[in-house]
Ligand binder design. Structure first.
Ligand SMILES: [Zn+2]
Length: 690
């Protein structure tokens, strides 16, 4: 499970000044390794594309690693890029072919007219940031804003200039263009990747145009037992349901073979616990079986001390309207030792927090086990986790593994840092009711946001247990509301304890400032409920689970406490947090209810919470927020450019040294990634029948 960037960009990310009170900035060791002008002048914000910001991530400690560790990271980095195309295909059946065409134009502009080229470049950047034609947050399709004829001309010009487009056997380039035209140009054709709350009479799966299902409706699933619920595409073929399993010899065979090749090269360089996890992962890629996936989860959780780690596989289920199928992702990261110390203080006290959770004692876990919390710096993220990245991750998702073996939590430090350094201060002033509120946010927002993210992951997701009377998992019972409910639960745990004296006792905040810090977090969380509406430019409902969770919490508090006022000034709406005590008391009550709903698998209870408070919003308010944001030219979301690694090989072909650099150029990096996987991509596309 992951906590998304959304809150961070408002709260943690609001702190973009050098005077930021975030603990690591005052004596940031990174500044020692890159002294003087290099650290103060390096670029974070690279460019703006429509409502997106493009930001460079830095991984400063990589350069000082020993050669063997660098080589390990190198092979894992290769494995992360090798699977990138899988996620494009999962998000849209046409995704890879569409990307092939637009990349051909960007790389070979040939005689393309300047206006068309400019539009294709804009579209290409959005396509790369969102890993396909659908917006990552709204799930809605964005389209090319030029004439189909002009686009076709540009494609032909690129071909003449040397672009080698993939063509299906027996299909001409013009036939391909005609086939893909509605995907590129018609916003009403296959309009949404994921539709978790379809219109009345519409089917959950039939109105979701991702590629996790083909020709399947919810009705078809009645009485069908999936053998590979997480890692298969479900297809209706000759009237029967077929699972196309993601594994060697199955769907995505070329990509998975490449991934496994790189993982095998990494094994001898890894620590023994990590090597065991990698071997288990390889086995899962070979068999695809849920038992091997579970064995991999267990081995991955058991590796708690390795300085380098990776997540590689079918993991998060947000793309699937049913919440079952895993989107592929690849992350490689190393532990940021300094920041990890403060997180481990939280993890060490997990049982203390568990014993004081404001919910029915029956749902408290007697032995909270195996929580590993690390602050990490990412070296690469791809697929479901890049270029748009989470700020915190807690895995595995399998509840039975979590209960027996624990879980691992990470907070993505260098992602947070890049947010901080690239965020516009206008976010604070425009939506804060008073200069005091804005000043508090400036002073404490970074610290409060980072703390909330840590508490969300470390003591939030890891907490609680299900009722003994619940048959099956809460996921299965709560269905499409599960992810949002679980995110709400983790946020509420953080909001509840951020005001507890224990946090100051642990040294995570100065005792004298704790009230101000909690107040800052409550104010920021409240403001976010309207600021986040800027991300949903059409319609009047939220789809993304973290957005639903945050909307639900704030609207519930507005309806059930006196903590929040709605005020207007100069035609602008403000949500003003006026009573921190009442806010916290309300959070405790709501958390008790959310935990009950999860523990009992109460689908009706979950539906009621989200239908009443979390999904629907007033489009007039949204329009107002968008007008305010547009006037300030504030971004709605951020995508990241990753570091580049280049390895030198010795005479035996083994990896010698690995150099890290920062391309500061989204297009250059995306084209380089696509070039690296061209062979496996074409092999995969050739095996697909269109
Ligand atoms: Zn989460």
């Amino acid at each position: 499970m992951r906590s998304h960037l959304i809150l961070a960009v408002i709260v943690a990310g609001a702190c973009s000044l050098a005077s930021c009170s975030k603990p690591a900035t005052a004596d940031d060791p990174k500044k020692e390794s890159a002294p003087g002008p290099a650290s103060t002048t390096r670029k974070y914000l690279l460019e703006r594309v429509d409502d997106a910001a493009v930001v460079q991530i830095y991984a400063d400690d990589f350069a000082s690693m020993d050669v063997k560790t660098k080589a390990l990271v190198w092979h894992l980095y290769q494995a992360a890029i090798a699977g990138r195309d899988i996620y494009y295909d999962q998000r849209s059946a046409a995704g890879l072919e569409m990307r092939d065409l637009i990349e051909g134009i960007v790389e070979h502009p040939g005689t393309t007219n300047a206006e068309t080229l400019k539009e294709v470049q804009r579209y290409a950047k959005l396509f790369w940031l969102n890993s396909g034609p659908y917006n990552n947050l709204t799930a809605r399709k964005f389209v090319l804003q030029c004439q189909p004829a002009a686009f076709a001309e540009a494609v032909h010009a690129a071909q003449t200039a040397g672009a080698a487009f993939f063509l299906q056997a027996g299909e001409t380039l013009d036939q391909k263009l005609a086939r893909l035209q509605p995907m590129f140009f018609n916003p009403d054709f296959a309009p949404s990747a994921t539709s978790k709350t379809p219109k009345p009479g519409e089917d959950l799966l039939a109105s979701s145009f991702n590629n996790l299902y083909a020709g399947v409706t919810t009705k078809d699933l009645a009485g069908f037992k999936e053998q590979y619920p997480l890692n298969s595409r479900l297809v209706k073929r000759n009237g029967a349901l077929v699972e196309e399993v993601y594994r060697i010899g199955g769907r995505y065979d070329p990509q998975i073979r490449a991934i496994v090749g790189h993982l095998e090269a990494a094994v001898p360089l890894a620590t023994e616990p990590m090597a065991q996890a990698l071997r288990a992962l390889i086995k899962w890629y070979q068999t695809g079986s849920p038992a091997d996936r579970r064995a991999y989860d267990i081995a991955w959780v058991a590796d708690k001390a390795s300085p380098v780690d990776t997540i590689n596989g079918f993991t998060e289920v947000y793309l699937d309207a049913r919440g079952m199928k895993g989107g592929w992702e690849g992350l490689v990261f190393y532990v940021n030792q300094k920041k990890t110390e403060s997180i481990q203080k939280l993890a060490g006290q997990a049982q203390w927090f568990e014993d004081r959770m404001p919910w029915d004692p029956r749902y408290r876990k007697p032995g909270v086990k195996g929580i590993t919390a690390n602050a990490i710096d990412v070296v690469v993220e791809s697929g479901d986790s890049g270029p748009i990245t989470p700020v915190g991750i807690n895995l595995p998702n399998d509840e039975s593994v979590r209960e027996q073996f624990g879980s691992k939590s990470v907070s993505l430090s260098n992602v947070n840092e890049a947010y901080d350094k690239s965020t516009d201060p206008g976010f604070r002033s425009e939506f804060a009711w008073s200069p005091d509120e804005a000043a508090r946010s400036e002073k404490w927002g970074g610290l409060a946001g980072e703390l909330l993210t840590n508490m969300h992951e470390v003591i939030g997701h890891a907490s609680g247990r299900v009722s003994e009377s619940l048959k099956g998992t809460p996921q299965a019972a709560i269905k499409e509301f599960f992810s949002a409910l679980e995110e709400a639960r983790a946020d509420l745990v953080g909001l509840y304890f951020i005001a507890d004296p224990k946090i100051a006792e642990l040294g995570l905040v100065p005792a004298a400032d704790q009230d101000a810090i909690a107040q800052t977090e409550y104010e920021g969380y409240t403001r976010n409920a309207i600021i986040q509406l800027r991300r949903v430019r059409q319609g009047s409902q939220l789809e993304e689970d973290h957005m639903r969770n945050r909307q639900m919490i704030v609207r519930w508090l507005m309806a059930n406490t006196k903590a929040i006022d709605t005020r207007t000034r100069d035609g602008k709406t403000f949500l003003v947090m006026t009573d921190a005590k009442a806010f916290r008391e309300g959070v405790g009550r709501l958390l008790a209810e959310v935990q009950r709903v999860k523990s009992e698998g109460d689908l009706a209870g979950a539906r009621k919470l989200f239908e009443t408070y979390g999904i629907h919003f007033d489009p007039k308010l949204r329009d107002e927020v968008i007008a305010r944001v547009d006037r300030l030219k504030l971004p709605a979301y951020t995508g990241f450019v990753m570091p580049d690694l280049v390895a030198t090989t010795d005479s035996n072909g083994a990896v010698g040294d690995v150099k890290i650099s920062y391309p500061q150029d989204l297009a250059k990096q995306m084209l380089a990634y696509s070039a690296m996987t061209k062979e496996t991509r074409n092999a995969f596309l050739a095996s697909e029948k269109r």
